[in-house]
Design a protein around this ligand. Structure first.
Ligand SMILES: [Zn+2]
Length: 148
């Protein structure tokens, strides 16, 4: 990110997406269209080997999440991950915009991974250890069923 040009064009950059600076910042852009967020989503989809084209409409996005997932238990786990993505993208955006942090996609993805595990662990049915989760989050979400 070029800090110098950001400073010069402060007025305009105020309206630009904090993550990519390439489009006007809006909820649908930031969470679903932004190239940075897209990279985060694709990483998470890759955890369970889902190759998919992300729809631009947020509600479609949410409905598409449990694609090819029939079990309610597994789709509930997906929703937890989905929430962790949205939450952490929002936190990353605020840290960049208000705290002058750099864009750190890998850190964001790691935070998503940690939060998802913490939130999933609130459910007694979720018995995977942190080490198992770190090694293969997709396998934990799919309950060992996807990578057979
Ligand atoms: Zn963007």
């Amino acid at each position: 990110m070029n800090l110098k040009s950001r400073n010069i064009e402060l007025g305009e950059s105020e309206r630009l997406c904090s993550l990519c600076s390439r489009a006007e910042e809006s909820t649908s852009h930031m969470f679903f269209e932004c190239g940075v967020t897209d990279c985060v989503w694709k990483t998470c989809y890759n955890w369970i080997d889902l190759a998919t084209v992300l729809p631009a409409n947020p509600s479609n996005h949410f409905q598409q999440m449990p694609i090819s997932i029939s079990s309610k238990k597994i789709s509930d786990r997906w929703k937890v991950l989905w929430s962790a993505v949205v939450y952490n993208v929002w936190m990353m955006r605020n840290n960049i915009r208000f705290n002058g942090r750099r864009l750190q996609i890998q850190k964001c993805i790691q935070d998503i991974k940690n939060d998802t595990w913490r939130w999933l662990s609130l459910n007694k049915q979720f018995t995977y250890s942190y080490t198992q989760w770190q090694a293969d989050p997709g396998d934990c979400i799919m309950d060992g069923g996807s990578h057979g």
